[in-house]
Design a binder for this molecule. Structure first.
Ligand SMILES: [Fe+2]
Ligand SMILES: [Fe+2]
Length: 143
């Protein structure tokens, strides 16, 4: 999580960071289950649910507003492509009879890198680029 710029003081950033923590915890549960060869169905379902809620919130709220900023739009597009990639990786894992520990490890690494790009790149950029009216617009869109 970004510790430098104060972006965590913004309610929407705080909410997204909290969802990140839940997603990282759920991905850890899935990884431990698959590494141990135990049933990964429940942790996979948790991760799929949490991630779907989170990606929807980001894309309907913060990302939509940031697309109005010419200097940030390309970064948002890249992160949206990563959302698609994450969902494809999860679908592939869920399609197998037994969750593949290698595929789960790849997913967890990709997920952590994606979250790092948001918390230490996009979110601080949003904090310095957007005004109060834009944060209000996000809040109205995700309620
Ligand atoms: Fe994201
Ligand atoms: Fe995120």
């Amino acid at each position: 999580m970004c510790s430098y710029c104060g972006c965590r003081a913004l309610p929407e950033i705080a909410a997204l960071n909290e969802q990140h923590d839940q997603i990282v915890n759920a991905s850890g549960d899935l990884r431990r289950a698959t590494d141990a060869g135990t049933d990964g169905v429940a942790p996979l379902a948790d991760l799929v649910r949490l991630l779907a809620q989170h990606l929807d919130r980001e894309e309907r709220g913060l990302f939509t507003e940031l697309r109005h900023h010419d200097d940030i739009r390309a970064h948002v597009d890249e992160l949206c492509d990563e959302h698609d990639e994450l969902q494809m990786m999860l679908t592939d894992i869920g399609d197998r009879q037994d969750a593949d520990p290698v595929a789960v490890g790849r997913l967890v690494t990709f997920l952590r890198r994606h979250i790092d790009r948001e918390e230490n790149g996009l979110f601080p950029a949003a904090a310095i680029s957007m005004d109060g009216a834009e944060w209000d617009a996000i809040a109205a869109r995700i309620d």
